[in-house]
Design a protein. Structure first.
Length: 251
């Protein structure tokens, strides 16, 4: 195992220890964390059946964590009831380790997820990124889901520090790097892999209504194209760009 992986494991252990100390994690989370560790060990084995079992274990645990069914992982309020612009609903952001654990697992267990395709970076940033923002935010505006309300809140830097690692990076590691990248390797079909990952990304937002399901699926297509042509970091940058534009330009 390389030095960066040992460093990542150190910070993961430190974070879990601090979470346990401050009550963000309790012993009820031990089965979930242990299951993720076992799944990571299995997917790094040479035997095909062991890797398959590991991936199945992870997918089951991922569904449990995404649906907030896993016990012992408590959330903390980072931003509470802040009204950013006139007429906007109060903004509340909560921090929890359940979803970031999934992203960190992907990063540590699947070394093949970190890819950078230099030839497509410029095209992705110049074309795919603005078109994705236009389709998603423009579509939400046309549907009346988000009104135009430019603002620059005082807590923007704090919001960004939370959003980047806990939401954006986690989502791209899970949906693009793991699901799309894994399906590309398994199915040998980039278009089908992109479509499935985008659909799953849309389904993760189905609880907000069919409009957000459609918009999130389109968003997933944009990020999937960014991943295909630019790699993981470019997909993260595209996702963050859309999130920032939503934060500062719309209520």
């Amino acid at each position: 195992m390389s030095v960066p992986y040992w460093i990542a494991l150190f910070f993961l252990s430190l974070g879990l220890a601090l979470g346990l100390s401050y009550g963000s994690i309790d012993l009820a989370a031990l089965p979930t964390v242990s299951g993720l560790v076992c799944a990571a060990v299995l997917v790094r084995r040479e035997a095909y059946w062991q890797r398959t079992v590991g991936h199945v274990m992870f997918c089951g645990l991922a569904i449990t964590l995404l649906m907030d069914f896993a016990p012992g992982l408590n959330s903390a309020t980072a931003i509470a009831d802040v009204v950013q612009s006139e007429g906007a609903s109060p903004l509340t952001m909560r921090m929890s380790l359940d979803k970031p654990l999934l992203g960190l697992w992907v990063l540590l267990a699947c070394s093949w997820v970190v890819v950078l395709r230099r030839k497509g970076v410029l095209m992705t940033l110049a074309v795919i990124r603005p078109l994705t923002a236009l389709a998603c935010l423009g579509g939400a505006w046309v549907l009346g889901l988000i009104p135009w309300a430019p603002n620059w809140p005082d807590h923007n830097l704090f919001w960004l520090l939370i959003k980047l690692p806990l939401v954006v990076l986690t989502a791209e590691l899970l949906f693009r790097a793991y699901i799309q990248g894994g399906l590309e390797r398994l199915l040998k079909h980039k278009g089908l892999a992109l479509g499935i990952s985008a659909l799953l990304f849309g389904l993760s937002n189905l609880g907000a209504g069919w409009q957000w399901f459609c918009l999130s699926t389109a968003e997933g297509v944009g990020y999937g194209l960014a991943y295909r042509y630019g790699g993981l970091l470019v997909a993260v940058w595209c996702h963050l760009f859309v999130q920032v534009m939503h934060f500062v330009a719309f209520a």
